[in-house]
Design a protein around this ligand. Structure first.
Ligand SMILES: N[C@H](CCC[C@H](N)C(=O)O)C(=O)O
Length: 286
C-alpha cells in the first residue's frame, strides 16, 4: 500500500499529516508510524497527525496524535495549528472556526485572516495528581499560587511546576536556556518514577513579565524545536508563580508562539505559525 502524507511544521516542531478519512489506515500499527517518523530510515517527524472522522456529532474532525516513538499523545498545540491549515488547504472544510475531537475532549481552532491559527487549548489542570505525578513524598514550597516540587535528578534538585494541558508537563525556571542541561536532565526527568505516564520537561528563561524563552524535552520525541502545549504550560506556571503577566511571547528554538491566559478556570489561547513543507507518498509493507 502507498500512503499519502503532507510534511508540515509549526515553529520547527515537525509533523507527518495523514488524511485518514480518504485513506484506510486501520492496518498501520504504532510501529509503522514510528518507522515513518524516523529521521534516517523514514520521512522524519516529531509527531504523526491523523485527520479522522469524528465520533461526536458536535465536532468537525477527529485528531489523533502519535509521538515519534509510536506512543499516543493526548494533545499537541503546534500540530493543532497545522491541522487547521491542512484541512483548509486540502478543501476538506470552508469553516474558519473548526471544532476538533481529541483524546481529552473538544478543541476549537480558528484560522485567522493572516493565515496564522489561534487555538483554544482548554483549561489547564493544576493538580500534580492530574498529570499524573506522584508527589506525596516530595518536598514542596509555594511560589505565588503555584506549588513547586523538589525532584532530585542527576545529582541536583530541580523545583518543578506541574501543569496538565491534557498531556503532562513539568516546568522549571532556568537562568539561561542555551546552557540549561535540557538533554541530560530532560531525559532523566521524562522517565522519572514520579511520572507513571512519563512527562514533557520544560525549561523556561524569563526575560521580562511578557517575554520568555522555552526549550522542551518532549516525552516520546526528545527535544523539539518548539512545543505548543509546553509553551502553554510554561506560561501558566509563570503566571501562577507571579513572575509573568498575560499575554506572553514565547521564543522557542524554531519560532515564536503567543500565549494568553486569564487565570484559573480559563482556557489557554495560543497563536503561531503553521507551514506546509511538501506533499509526499511512501510505500508501506503490506
Ligand atoms: N509538540 C506538541 C506536544 C507533543 C507532546 C508529546 N510529546 C507528549 O507525549 O505529550 C505540542 O506542540 O504541543
Amino acid at each position: 500500500m502507498k500512503l499519502k502524507f503532507t510534511k508540515m511544521h509549526g515553529a520547527g516542531n515537525d509533523f507527518i499529516v495523514v488524511n485518514a478519512i480518504d485513506q484506510d489506515v486501520s492496518r498501520i500499527t504504532p510501529a509503522d508510524w514510528c518507522a515513518l517518523a524516523d529521521r534516517h530510515f523514514g520521512v522524519g517527524a516529531d509527531q504523526i497527525l491523523l485527520v479522522e472522522k469524528p465520533s461526536k456529532s458536535s465536532a468537525d474532525f477527529k485528531y489523533t496524535i502519535y509521538n515519534q516513538d509510536g506512543s499516543l499523545v493526548e494533545n499537541c498545540g503546534n500540530g493543532a495549528r497545522c491541522f487547521v491549515k491542512y484541512v483548509h488547504d486540502k478543501g476538506m472544510t470552508q469553516k474558519r472556526e473548526i471544532t476538533v475531537q481529541i483524546a481529552t475532549g473538544l478543541m476549537i481552532l480558528t484560522l485567522n485572516e493572516d493565515g496564522s491559527v489561534t487555538v483554544n487549548m482548554g483549561v489547564p489542570k493544576l493538580q500534580a495528581a492530574g498529570l499524573p505525578a506522584v508527589v506525596d513524598s516530595l518536598p514542596s514550597r509555594k511560589q505565588g499560587e503555584d506549588t513547586l516540587y523538589a525532584v532530585n535528578v542527576n545529582g541536583g534538585t530541580r523545583w518543578l511546576s506541574m501543569v496538565s494541558m491534557g498531556n503532562p508537563h513539568a516546568v522549571q525556571v532556568v537562568s539561561d536556556v542555551n546552557t540549561a542541561p535540557v538533554l541530560f536532565d530532560g531525559e532523566a526527568l521524562e522517565k522519572h518514577a514520579i511520572f507513571p505516564n512519563k512527562a514533557n520537561i520544560g525549561f523556561m528563561q524569563i526575560h521580562d513579565q511578557h517575554h520568555i524563552s522555552v526549550r522542551v524535552f518532549e516525552r516520546g520525541a526528545g527535544e523539539t524545536l518548539a512545543c505548543g502545549t509546553g509553551a502553554c504550560a510554561a506560561v501558566v506556571a509563570g503566571i501562577r508563580r507571579g513572575v509573568l503577566s498575560s499575554p506572553v511571547t514565547v521564543q522557542a528554538r524554531g519560532g515564536v508562539l503567543n500565549i494568553a491566559w486569564a487565570g484559573k478556570g480559563h482556557p489557554v489561547m495560543m497563536s503561531g505559525p503553521a507551514v506546509t513543507v511538501f506533499d509526499g507518498e511512501v510505500p508501506l509493507v503490506d
